[in-house]
Structure formats: structure tokens, C-alpha cells
Ligand binder design. Structure first.
Ligand SMILES: [Zn+2]
Length: 466
């Protein structure tokens, strides 16, 4: 009987997709121009939560409250709760209603970022992949379970923020101040890509990100190289040598304290089953790049990397025959659990001083997101993997953490929740670029998977709460 109903909930969600209702819900959401990096779009952020998400959630029994962001310049947050019983498990879920800029004039002919355009399996539109389809799928799947079972069988607290594309300003403060709202047994949400489009994927955390600036200012202005070349130190030359002392010509990190701790066996085992790359628009991997001796998968899921985001000396748009007065490089580290981000700049300072680069100044960016990871053997991870495999009838790709970064440190560390992410996009989705899209078959499969997952969460056979 229970199995019958699980199946009937899943076939109802297939109908939701096949009848075009999913596209209709998504199209309405894509049409709201929630570009959080544009201050003048602020009313659209409220509009998304107030006029789109709130009525949808209220209709399926959620109580909704829109909260101002603790940071004055950042977008609002929606907290929606549905409570069925104190003895039932509680899930926290999350999504973001904001998108990056539309870049309207850069989209391919015939596409419009604020409308869904279908071409074969691809549905184009800004925010389809990141993150509107993803939270639309998860909430529609809850609706399907409510309709099939009469209830969820668990409690939900959903948080929809509108600042993720600006680095989630205020999210941490909001969760610290409202910890009681987010008491839950498990966190399950969706963002980011599947490992391969046809392969259901879970990840349990993300790498952290740490940005900083290296600057060297030797004098006020440039000086003619004919008169002064050979006499005045060139900051561009000095900066390039400093950078070369941090990372070698093949991308290997040269600062011992920036290298991560060795991977645990369970992490190594999970990573060994993965294969990165693939997809039509994916670039070719440089096999010689990065830490020698690691597999490509270990490099991106189990290691720390340093990138130069930007580097400037003189004026590259108008080069002149002079010794430039200053040089600046923007550094960027992605790091895994076990590395303390507070140690990055002190280690770099010590390293640069030892190399004779004492006059290069280092400045950290104010906000960073910490690395998180749940052990792939954790009971909630195992539970979710089993549920997804039951629905999809195939093996699930398990990433101990995403190579990219999400504000997962808020949920894992501040709220102390086991975190499970089930991504519904794929690496070639052009998120953050023109021509963003989702793949229809992946959305359909994601609707089935999430319906099965919510069904199982209300089925009474979940890991004990901690
Ligand atoms: Zn994004």
C-alpha cells in the first residue's frame, strides 16, 4: 500500500512535468527580474517572495513570514514553516530567489533571459538553473506528497534568500539571530550541478573560498624607462616573481601551510568513484596542471587551489614606455575542510617576507565562506543516497563536497545540521553567463527523485535525530 502510494506520488509529479505545469511555474518565476547585484531591482526581490513564493507555499499549508535582511543594503528573506507534529522529523530546506545580472544584450539571437525558450532538451532563461528550477522542483515535490498522502509526514522550515549572488550578505547574522526558527534534524536543498547530466548526484558540503589582494606601490607616478629603466625597481616584475614563488608554472601550491590535510579513507573512496568533466561546452582538462600525483577528481574535490583572478601593472589598455608605479594581483583560494582560512594570509606574509617581498601589502576581503563536508558514511547521507537510488534505479554520484562554494557553512556550522544537497543542474548550464538553461530530462528526473525523497522522509524510517 505504501509502495503503491509512493509510486502514485511519483506518477503525479510526472504529470505535473508532462502537462506543462512545471514550465508554467518556472516561467512565472523567471519573468521576475530578481537581479540582486542591481540595487534598483530590490523591489523585484520583495515581489518574488511576497507575490510568487508566499501564495504558492500558503496554498500547500505553509506559514510564511518575510524578514528584512540584517544588512540594510541586502535583500529580504522568506521563512516558511509547515508543522505536522513534534514527534516527526523536521527538514530544513533552502533556495535563493535572486539571479545574477541578465546581460540581456549578450544572449544568443532568439533568446530572452526573462522568458523561457525551449530548444530541444534545453530550456533557456536567467535563473532557470541557478536557482529557480531547483527550488521549484523541491517545493512541487512536497506538494505532490501532500496531495498523495494527505500530509508530508514531517515538518519543514524553508528559507528562501535573495542575496546569494552577492555572497549571501546577512545570511549568517540572520541564522545566528534566529537559530530557534531553524531547529531541524537534517538539511536537504538543491543548487549547483550534477556530476554528469544523466547521473543523480548528492554532495554534502562545499569547498570554501577566500579572496585577497596583493598590492605593491613603489612611487606616485610612472617614470620614463629610457631615463630610469635599470635604476628604478619595477613593481610588475617584483609582483610576478612573488606570484611565481606562491604557485609554480604548473599550478602546484608552493606554500606548505596552504596545502590541505590528507584525505580520509571514506572521502578518498567516494572521490575514487567520480569522473569530472564532460558535457558539450566543457573545456578540456589540462592533465599536467595542479598537484602532481592527484587524480583530476582529487584535485577539485579534495585539494586546495590558488588562482590569480586578475593582475595589473601599468595600463594594459594604453601601454606606455615607462616604469609603472604600482602592481596589483587579486588572489583566490578554494579550500577543503581541515584548512583554517584564518591561516592563509599569515602564512603568505611569512612566505613573502622570507623571499624578500616584505613591501607587498596583503588585504583580505571581508566575507568568506568556510569549507564544509559531511562524511559520506553519515547515516543521513546514506539514507538519502538509498532513497534516490530506489527512485532513479541507478547509482548516485556522491561528492563529499562540491568543488564550488555555497553558503553551506551557515547550515552545517552555525545551525549544526547534517547537510545534503541534491543538485538539479549540470556543468554546461551557463549559470552566471548568457544563455543559462536547464535540461528538461534532468528536471523531470529531479522531480521524481525529490518526490521519492520527501515521501521517504515522511515514512518513519529515518535516521535517529541527534
Ligand atoms: Zn549563482
Amino acid at each position: 500500500m505504501e509502495t503503491m502510494s509512493r509510486d502514485s506520488a511519483i506518477s503525479a509529479i510526472e504529470g505535473y512535468f508532462d502537462d506543462g505545469d512545471f514550465m508554467q511555474d518556472l516561467a512565472r518565476r523567471v519573468a521576475i527580474r530578481t537581479e540582486s547585484p542591481e540595487p534598483e531591482r530590490r523591489p523585484e526581490l520583495y515581489h518574488y517572495l511576497t507575490d510568487e513564493m508566499t501564495p504558492y507555499l500558503q496554498a500547500i499549508g505553509f506559514e510564511c513570514e518575510i524578514h528584512e535582511n540584517p544588512r540594510a543594503d541586502a535583500g529580504p528573506l522568506l521563512v516558511a514553516t509547515r508543522t505536522e507534529g513534534a514527534d516527526l522529523p523536521t527538514v530544513m530546506t533552502y533556495g535563493h530567489g535572486d539571479v545574477v545580472r541578465g546581460y540581456d544584450d549578450q544572449w544568443r539571437e532568439g533568446l530572452n533571459p526573462w522568458e523561457i525558450t525551449v530548444e530541444g532538451e534545453r530550456w533557456y532563461g536567467r535563473g532557470t538553473a541557478d536557482n529557480k528550477a531547483q527550488h521549484t522542483i523541491n517545493l512541487a515535490a512536497m506538494k505532490a506528497v501532500i496531495e498523495a498522502r494527505g500530509s508530508l509526514g514531517f515538518n519543514v522550515v524553508a528559507l528562501i534568500e535573495t542575496g546569494e549572488e552577492c555572497g549571501s550578505p546577512g545570511l549568517k547574522e540572520f541564522c545566528v539571530a534566529n537559530k530557534d526558527l531553524f531547529k531541524a534534524d537534517v538539511f536537504i536543498a538543491s543548487d549547483g550541478p550534477r556530476l554528469q547530466p544523466g547521473m543523480p548526484t548528492v554532495f554534502m558540503g562545499s569547498r570554501g573560498v577566500f579572496n585577497f589582494k596583493m598590492s605593491l606601490e613603489l612611487r606616485d607616478g610612472g617614470h620614463h624607462s629610457g631615463n630610469w629603466g635599470g635604476l628604478l625597481a619595477n613593481p610588475g616584475v617584483i609582483m610576478s616573481h612573488a606570484l611565481a614563488s606562491v604557485v609554480d608554472a604548473k599550478g602546484k601550491l608552493l606554500i606548505e601551510d596552504w596545502r590541505p590535510e590528507p584525505m580520509t579513507n571514506s572521502v578518498r573512496r567516494a572521490i575514487a568513484k567520480l569522473e569530472v568533466g564532460g558535457g558539450d561546452d566543457a573545456p578540456e582538462i589540462d592533465p599536467e596542471w595542479g598537484e602532481p600525483g592527484l587524480t583530476p577528481e582529487e584535485k577539485v574535490f579534495g585539494w586546495n587551489t590558488f588562482e590569480i583572478r586578475a593582475f595589473e601593472t601599468g595600463n594594459p589598455r594604453n601601454p606606455v614606455n615607462a616604469i609603472p608605479p604600482r602592481a596589483v594581483a587579486y588572489g583566490h583560494i578554494r579550500y577543503v575542510v581541515g584548512t583554517d582560512p584564518m591561516g592563509f594570509l599569515p602564512a603568505l606574509r611569512k612566505h613573502l617576507d622570507a623571499q624578500g617581498f616584505e613591501n607587498i601589502e596583503l588585504t583580505a576581503e571581508r566575507d568568506f565562506m568556510n569549507a564544509t563536508r559531511l562524511d559520506p558514511d553519515h547515516p543521513w547521507a546514506q539514507w538519502a543516497i538509498k532513497s534516490i537510488e530506489t527512485t532513479a534505479k541507478q547509482e548516485v554520484a556522491v561528492l563529499p563536497n562540491l568543488g564550488g562554494t555555497l553558503p553551506n557553512d551557515v547550515f552545517a556550522e552555525i545551525l549544526g545540521l547534517p547537510t545534503i544537497w541534491v543538485p538539479h543542474s549540470y556543468a554546461g548550464c551557463s549559470q552566471h553567463a548568457p544563455n543559462e538553461h536547464v535540461l528538461a530530462p534532468v528536471c523531470r528526473s529531479a522531480l521524481q527523485i525529490m518526490t521519492g525523497l520527501w515521501w521517504d522522509l515522511g515514512d518513519g524510517k529515518t535516521p535517529a535525530s541527534t
